[in-house]
Design a protein around this ligand. Sequence first.
Ligand code: IPE
Ligand code: IPE
Ligand code: MG
Length: 257
Amino acid sequence: MNAQAPLPEIPKDRLPRHIGIIMDGNGRWANNRGLPREHGHERGADAVRTTVRAARKIGVEALTLFAFSSQNWDRPPTEVFHLMQLLNRYLVEERAEILDNNIRLVTVGQTHRLPEYVLEPMTNLIEASANNDGMVLCLALSYGGREMITDAVRKLARAVAAGTLEPESITTKSIEAHLDSSRMLPPLDLLIRTSGEHRISNFFLWEAAYAELFFTEVLWPDFQRENLIAALRDYAGRERRFGLTSSQVEDKEEEGT
Ligand code: IPE
Ligand code: IPE
Ligand code: MG
């Protein structure tokens, strides 16, 4: 993973600044092969490595990977344990590559719920990579979109109760300002979900308001650079209107050029 290699067929200004991926299908991948679900998660970790590398080379500004949801804690304890072990291994083994490639690691989610053996290498790498500006890699860990919005609303409610905030001053901007994602990441442009499921499963609920959605049948362990490029090609051909008309969007683009 050396110099940045943008895709010749996609102009830089048609690339998403921030991609989110719901990495789904590890269990089915293993099941299809008569293997325990854990094998699927291990192969899923390989797909993470491939995807991070590809996104960095292509020149994406930020990549958020939905790795573990708030609801995934309710899976069988042995599976949760295995996922935590894998996370630890990923953070330890990828440390050098992340640092060498000028990638900044951040996280979103209720990370205080993670075990110490994950928190320790995670915090360490977040700190060590804090000044990197090549790409932001955000891991969504113990993450739930509803939980994040609830936390933000609770903070605002506290300020109202303390008399430092008027309820009328609460705006979409002030709610957004209390979401970690808005402090650390550009707006979400493209949301990819693998494994043929067509749902958001409590991922970036707020952030996905105007994201372009891309669904693929590919199971996460089979996800390759080519699959990412297919999503980017699709994205590059879309018109994002944000509630406006097509001609308004065209006028705006002309003004901007
Ligand atoms: C995604 O794969 C990984 C996590 C949610 C942690 P799954 O484990 O959900 O795989 P399927 O959906 O059962 O195939
Ligand atoms: C979403 O996948 C969570 C992650 C990819 C981490 P799930 O497999 O947990 O979602 P559902 O159960 O299919 O909605
Ligand atoms: Mg799943």
